[in-house]
Design a binder for this molecule. Sequence first.
Ligand code: OSB
Ligand code: MG
Length: 376
Amino acid sequence: MFKLDAIHLREIRMQLAQPFETSFGVTRERRVLLVELECDGLQAWGECVAGEHPYFCEESIDTAWLVMEQELAPRLLEAELEGGGSCVKALRQVRGNRMAKAALENAVWDLEAQREGKPLYELLGGSRREIPCGVSIGIQPSVDELLRTIERELEAGYQRIKLKCKPGWDREIFAAVRQRWPKIMLSCDANSAYRMRDIDQIASWDEFGMLMVEQPLWEDDFYFHSMLQRRMETAICLDESIRNRRDALAAIEMDSCRILNIKVGRVGGFSEAIAVHNAAAERGVPVWCGGMLETGIGRAHNIALSSLANFSLPGDVSASRRYWAEDIITPEVTVSPQGTIQVPGGVGSGVQVRRDRVESLTVRRHTLRAGARVTA
Ligand code: OSB
Ligand code: MG
């Protein structure tokens, strides 16, 4: 059993190497909430994946900051912890706010790994030492630019190309990509941009032989996705709709999807991510690890999670340099010419946080200490 000595919240700002456009908007600069735990002389980090605006889900960096500062961090500082797995209980009085909870819980897992002198991936129950990687390609200014971008990513070795799509940026790009590359592993992600009037059109994408169509309909829906899945051959993959293990069970039972995207932030932390992974594995549903434009801290955690056996499809976890001129960890995440990432075997997440760099990017900070709530 252990107790935390302090929790440091900070906001850093980082320019993306290139703007990232989805059906819900464009991101140029990330505002990232990082948490750092102190315990018996050890430091452990977590990253909150909530966006700058509540467009992907209800949370944003500002709601996450508020709920961490006022509710979650004080509870965690009072708790007697056994490890990452005990955070769910310590934080369960607070409803929702899963991305905020995940940042803290994941940092506690990282801390537990350090205390035990083990790699994080092993503590999570992973076995894979190398993970297959894909890329998520944002909406581009033109079809030509999209094709050039895909060419570059394929040359780098990535095993699966995911195209962000929306009404008006769908059939035409799928056709252009398939004409040029008939055989590559291809998928698309609509981030909830379509409605029931579009389902005949979506079902017609079967001709493009994609691995999956990710979250075409409402962000909170299972039922209408199951109606769509009944009409198409291509697997639907749910992202936004899956908040926990029960959602995964409901979606699988209803045949709302045949593939699951697991984002550790979206489901509230490693404990629930493992539960979703296991539920899917028991039912023969493959999963892959989603991404949220993470810095190296969240990226290292995604890599550890992706080492679990049922993460059998290439995920959206790719090299640091696709996002950042310079990452905040060392070594940076790199991808092999075969499109794989090596799972670090060192203690904890296996990467070092570059504290000097984090300091220079920090625009806001707040410290909470055990016993007293002190503002730094
Ligand atoms: O839906 O998977 C998504 C990024 C931000 C918000 C939602 C999504 C994404 C991505 C990018 O697709 C994945 C990545 O490269 O990190
Ligand atoms: Mg998605």
